[in-house]
Design a protein around this ligand. Sequence first.
Ligand code: KIV
Length: 263
Amino acid sequence: MIKKMTISKILNSKGKEPLVMITAYDALFAKLFEQSADILLVGDSLNMSFAGKQDTISATLNQMIYHSQAVCKGSPSSFVICDMPFGTYSNKKVAFKNAIKIFQQTDVDAIKIEVNAAHTKIVKYLVKNGIAVCAHIGLLPQSVRSEGGYKVKGKDKQGSLALIDDAKAMQEAGAFCMVIEGVKAEVATKIAKSVNIPVIGIGAGCGVDGQVLVYSDMLGLFESFTPKFVKKYLDGATLVKNAIATYAIEVKSRKFPDEKYIY
Ligand code: KIV
């Protein structure tokens, strides 16, 4: 029996053991990840690897709810965080209404929003009203169109100080953990040291309190683009293509199904 993570266990992990977070979009993969991951993230990255879109911007609340329901069903003992998609947390009332919808229609434990210090009021309001918030700082994929690309953050002094301010503001607002994406490793390390909530990195080096990867990237299934920080733990695309090619050859040649697979 797998013991489910809790917010207090996540907070207590700081300075002890790194947290393992991985994205999951469906019940099948969630079940496979349940044993090894501390936290499953239903990331809006599913809009790219699952729905085939260019970026995460067009992900909808209903899409996130559908995938969160599947992940929670597949892995009931996982601590699950659902990404709130672009445009669904533009002010505190809108954010609360949409977070409530997620909480009413799924069993997720928390939501994640892409923020900077300007979002403090929104995070405070959500937390005050019973919504556990994971704050996503640094490179914010939902800003890809307004920023004209995915830009690594913390490259200069001003940028680094702004990120430290963002992190402190999020802690102050009551976020229970943070994801920090695409930030120079030494800056991310400083940020992790400047707050007492866990800071989970993606493309942020090893001086943080945990790591998160997009599963379709780390299993080598997503071929369109591989960011520098992705380590491929499996050559999934090749394995899947080879398996399907073998199946096709065996169907065409009537090798499959043989005696073993018929009634
Ligand atoms: O959507 C997502 O998968 C994410 C990760 C990149 C952290 O936000």
